[in-house]
Design a binder for this molecule. Structure first.
Ligand code: AMP
Length: 224
């Protein structure tokens, strides 16, 4: 195991559609640290059509969580890369108690201090956001039909690529993902608090993504 030398792990925590991905991308600039999204990593494997992608595809399309063991391994390999030496941003991990325990061990062994940012967004807003979400398959930019539409409908502002809807952003799958969140993931806040991890609640529905990011960035710079 390559042992990285300290720093902070900022854990962006919140339901699907709470803005974790958007905030992680903005926070990357403020923290000068890499953004590690387990969802993105899994989708890359699916796109590559490799064995891991084939293994997780059906479950992900149905809005189910993939196995703890698999995700823990992906994260461990990723945080041992040299760009994580001074800290990193976790988006979408941990999502179960088992993953939270594994993460704790991984961070302790690397002398990395976790800070949890809990993005809180109203349920109805989350549904509206997820069903109106569009993604550029080329550069990864996220759009929202209602709050942040592209200049030309259906096309990415940056590279003109045709925007797509994620396979798991259909209505029935959104419901399944939110159920997984409330059953398996939400209880982690209690776990974090009881284990003495610094946690901060952030209102993820008021203001533009940049305004929310400025708040988060201020909070983080006082912590790390
Ligand atoms: P996300 O992009 O974070 O919304 O994740 C999309 C999907 O990837 C989830 O609905 C799960 O199927 C899978 N996934 C991502 N992260 C995890 C995780 N930490 N544990 C289990 N499944 C995950």
């Amino acid at each position: 195991m390559a042992v990285n030398g300290g720093g902070s792990a900022v854990i962006l925590f919140g339901s699907p559609g709470s803005g974790k991905g958007t905030q992680a991308k903005l926070l990357r600039q403020c923290m000068q640290a890499p953004h590690i999204s387990t969802g993105d990593m899994l989708r890359e494997h699916i796109e590559a059509g490799d064995a891991l992608g084939t293994q997780v595809r059906a479950g992900m399309q149905a809005g189910m969580l993939v196995s703890d063991e698999l995700v823990n391994r992906l994260v461990e390999d990723r945080i041992d890369r040299p760009d994580c030496t001074r800290g990193f941003i976790l988006d979408g991990y941990p999502r179960t108690l088992q993953q939270a325990g594994a993460m704790h061990q991984l961070l302790l062994a690397r002398n990395v201090v976790p800070v949890v940012l809990h993005l809180q967004v109203d349920y109805n807003k989350v549904i509206a956001r997820l069903s109106g979400r569009r993604l550029c398959p080329v550069c990864g930019t996220l759009y929202s039909i209602s709050s942040n539409p592209p200049k030309v409908a259906g096309l990415c502002d940056k590279d003109g690529a045709k925007l797509i809807t994620r396979e798991d952003d259909s209505e029935s799958v959104i419901r399944q993902r939110l159920e997984e969140y409330s059953l398996q993931t939400q209880p982690l806040m209690k776990y974090f608090r009881e284990s003495g991890v610094s946690t901060f609640d952030v209102d993820g529905s008021e203001g533009s993504p940049q305004t929310i990011s400025n708040k988060i960035c201020g909070l983080i710079s006082r912590q790390v």
